[in-house]
Design a protein around this ligand. Sequence first.
Ligand code: NAP
Length: 317
Amino acid sequence: MEIALVGIGKIAQDQHVPAIGASPDWTLAATVSRHGQVEGVEAFTDFDTMLAARPDVRVVSLCLPPVPRFAYAASAIRTGRHVMLEKPPGATLAECHALEQLARVHRVSLFATWHSREADSVAAAKAWLADKTLRRLAVNWKEDVRRWHPGQEWIWEPGGLGVFDPGINALSIVTEILPGPIHLSSAELAYPENRQTPIAATLDFFHPQGATVTAEFDWRQEGDQIWTIEAATDEGTLRIVDGGARIEIEGEPRKIAPDLPLSGEYPRLYAKMARLISEGKIDMDLAPLRHVADAFMLGRRRRVAPFHFRGKQEVKP
Ligand code: NAP
């Protein structure tokens, strides 16, 4: 299938272009971006122009930041295109619901992707937890925003999610591996004085069987970067480390199936998109975004030192 990639920024270049290139299902037929291009691929700077000029392109993959994404997705769906959405699938829950409704009306596939769910160890972690009784689950997602989002201003603007931009990846794993639903019971969000989105957050969740479920997100982490989820159960402790790349059970690394062709997060997402289209389905699981929306609704706000990308202006709180 011919596919167009929209928003040629960091994630499009790092992951989408190689995943499409390696897949037997897809041909990258066009890009839409005001500044970015992919060598050898027809490049447009305007989305509607591409939609009109390339009726052969039946699928679009949107790698834009969340705020502009709804308008692009809605135009694509209205012209009968199947749509793949980078995470988070939108800037609000309501616009995601509206897109799903629109996709049903136009009978196209719509896929809210959660790339971290496709990490190598997530399926194994889910299977291991399925028959255990959870006592405690703790997420620690602490990274250096300057290292992973150099100069990206949109993450600090309303709708940019701040530290929930990576934090939602952890929540996508938690909502995938836990057998039942949880919901937020309290949160504290730390906002730099000069920014519109939080730089750190702590979350507490209600668990139906009484387990303690917490998450700590922090973008001020220097040195070692931490992306772990620890789940203590009646039959031992599972640790998901490196964002889902590995798991340890009772401190012992658990061997996961060796890399297969098309393994890795983004190749799996594109394989899934191909399946959704062939089966005429929509996959719009909004559970991770719901928890983030609840944190913004329920969270206690704390002001912390201003954040600047460069220089020594930043003072640690
Ligand atoms: P990015 O590097 O800033 O790239 C996004 C691209 O979208 C920009 O290069 C820009 O391309 C276009 N764009 C930005 N603002 C726009 C606007 N208002 N209207 C139209 N186009 C706009 O961001 P990114 O890191 O690739 O992230 C994009 C999405 O992928 C986010 O939702 C993010 O959460 C997700 N994601 C990122 C990562 C990561 O490691 N960076 C990992 C997984 C998922 P032009 O200026 O050329 O139009």
